[in-house]
Write a protein that binds this ligand. Structure first.
Ligand SMILES: C[S@@+](CC[C@H](N)C(=O)[O-])C[C@H]1O[C@@H](n2cnc3c(N)ncnc32)[C@H](O)[C@@H]1O
Length: 268
């Protein structure tokens, strides 16, 4: 994944001029993009609700290739992206005895590493897509992690109404808000504080823009940092931009959210 540059952070990918310039630079991508645009238009007509729509996108993408469905072009990239998430979280506070909620766990690209590391029963993965959760079970079996007894649960919303209060030390959402309209993020931030332990934290990635906020095909959403930190603060949380994540070769940015009164995280 390319590193962020001032130019990429200012780009508005929804603009026709951006699309035309991109098409000229990448002619081989025009036909796949048009196919995707047609499919997405049809799925949006069938599923006006965003979560229903994105679930249908995941069904279609997972049927073709579960690793590509979570955003990895090759198995090596799938492994590398999981390792990057795992290493970062380990360096930034994750401990074996922690209880972790992985929102939008996908096919356990990083999840299998968290499951392997954490004490048994302490990993909880949720996702809106039944198809990717079936792929997640295959990943789990492939790495012979059955004894770790992780929870893998289908969800439709991010109210966490089925989860206990004050339970999770770590909540994590990698490459989920990059596919979410602001209402979904708002719902998540409105409810995540209830399920976090007092010292717990919630790390999420997002596609950052320093220009106008925009979306492409209702699949990819670009937000300004201050929009998301203000939303967290509206819900009584403290939000911090993770500068360390910017050093990694990843196209998204990361924010850490804690309860407003939580003590400062130990490691950074
Ligand atoms: C790009 S994949 C990333 C998967 C995983 N986090 C990883 O890094 O491999 C995004 C995942 O988030 C899920 N997802 C999208 N919107 C969601 C939502 N509102 N709630 C829960 N999961 C969601 C998708 O079904 C998909 O599995």
């Amino acid at each position: 994944m390319p590193k962020k540059t001032p130019r990429s952070l200012a780009a508005n990918r929804a603009r026709l001029s951006h699309k035309a310039a991109y098409a000229l630079r990448n002619p081989a991508r025009v036909v796949p993009y048009l196919r995707r645009a047609l499919r997405d238009r049809w799925l949006r007509i069938k599923h006006p609700d965003h979560v229903d729509y994105y679930r249908a996108v995941m069904a279609s993408d997972t049927a073709a290739n579960p690793e590509a469905a979570v955003g990895s072009r090759s198995h090596d990239r799938w492994l590398a992206l999981g390792q990057m998430q795992f290493d970062f979280l380990l360096e930034h506070g994750l401990q074996k005895e922690h209880r972790m909620l992985d929102i939008g766990c996908g096919n356990l690209r990083a999840g299998w590493r968290f499951i392997q590391y954490l004490d048994s029963g302490n990993y909880y993965g949720i996702d809106i897509s039944p198809d990717i959760l079936i792929a997640a079970k295959k990943t789990l079996a492939g790495y012979e992690l059955q004894e770790k007894l992780p929870h893998l649960t289908l969800t439709h919303d991010l109210t966490f109404d089925f989860l206990p209060s004050g339970h999770f030390d770590v909540v994590h959402a990698h490459s989920v808000f990059s596919h979410s309209p602001i209402e979904v993020i708002d719902e998540c931030l409105a409810h995540v504080g209830r399920i976090l332990t007092p010292r717990g934290f919630f790390d999420f990635t997002f596609d950052r823009t320093e220009g106008a906020e925009h979306q492409v095909l209702r699949e990819d959403f670009y937000y300004r940092t201050e929009t998301l930190t203000a939303l967290a603060e509206k819900h009584g949380l403290t939000a911090r931009f993770m500068d360390d994540w910017e050093k990694l070769p990843h196209g998204q940015s990361k924010i850490r959210v804690t309860a407003a009164e939580a003590p400062a995280p130990v490691a950074d």
